[in-house]
Ligand binder design. Structure first.
Ligand code: FMN
Length: 171
């Protein structure tokens, strides 16, 4: 799909038909995350794939926002492998993982897979329940799948501020 079309067609899907995406689709999406830029090219992301009934049930214990998606990615990063910017306490982990997640979302849209970014999750409880390592921080969950028949974007999807409200040309 044309990139401009991908940007236009992506929306947050909040009702799925329960089917998991195919291994081929999953690999294409994960590959787009692999190519994402990270500070100092540290590639500190770690992505977990959840697509079995057992693991999806664990996820459901900690978020109301799976919306029956058949596949969920958990985007985490290695806190021990982040870049700390000079003269700053700011670190790269969250922003690097965010770029990776954005690549995943857009790659999904490109091949007709619906998605939703999910932050409304009890991260610590999920991490403990899944036995994820202490040195990793979960950034977000990404629902992936196929919109239920008749489902589509929420009304707020089309409400975007004008550029004049969010952009300033410096003189
Ligand atoms: C950082 C972030 C966190 C979000 N967290 C959630 C969430 O926890 N649950 C949910 O249903 N949607 C979540 N969303 C989806 C937003 O509700 C959605 O992106 C927003 O309403 C705009 O709609 P659109 O994505 O269809 O344009 C999140 C989106 C972003 C970017």
């Amino acid at each position: 799909m044309e990139f401009s079309q991908v940007i236009k067609e992506r929306y947050s899907c909040k009702k799925y038909d329960g089917r998991k995406i195919s291994d081929e689709q999953l690999t294409r999406i994960l590959e787009a995350g692999r190519l994402a830029p990270t500070a100092k090219n540290l590639q500190e992301q770690h992505i977990y794939v959840a697509n079995t009934p057992e693991v999806l049930a664990v996820i459901d214990k900690h978020t109301p926002c799976r919306y029956n998606a058949g596949t969920v990615l958990i985007v985490a990063f290695n806190k021990d492998n982040v870049y700390t910017y000079p003269n700053s306490t700011r670190q790269s982990g969250i922003e690097d993982a965010t770029i990776v997640a954005t690549h995943l979302i857009l790659a999904a849209a490109d091949i007709g897979i619906d998605s939703c970014w999910v932050n409304c999750v009890d991260i610590d409880a999920l991490k403990a329940d899944l036995g994820l390592p202490d040195n990793e921080e979960i950034l977000m969950l990404l629902d992936l799948g196929f919109a239920e028949k008749g489902a589509g974007p929420l009304p707020n999807h089309s409400l975007r501020k004008e550029l004049s409200e969010t952009v300033t040309y410096l003189k």
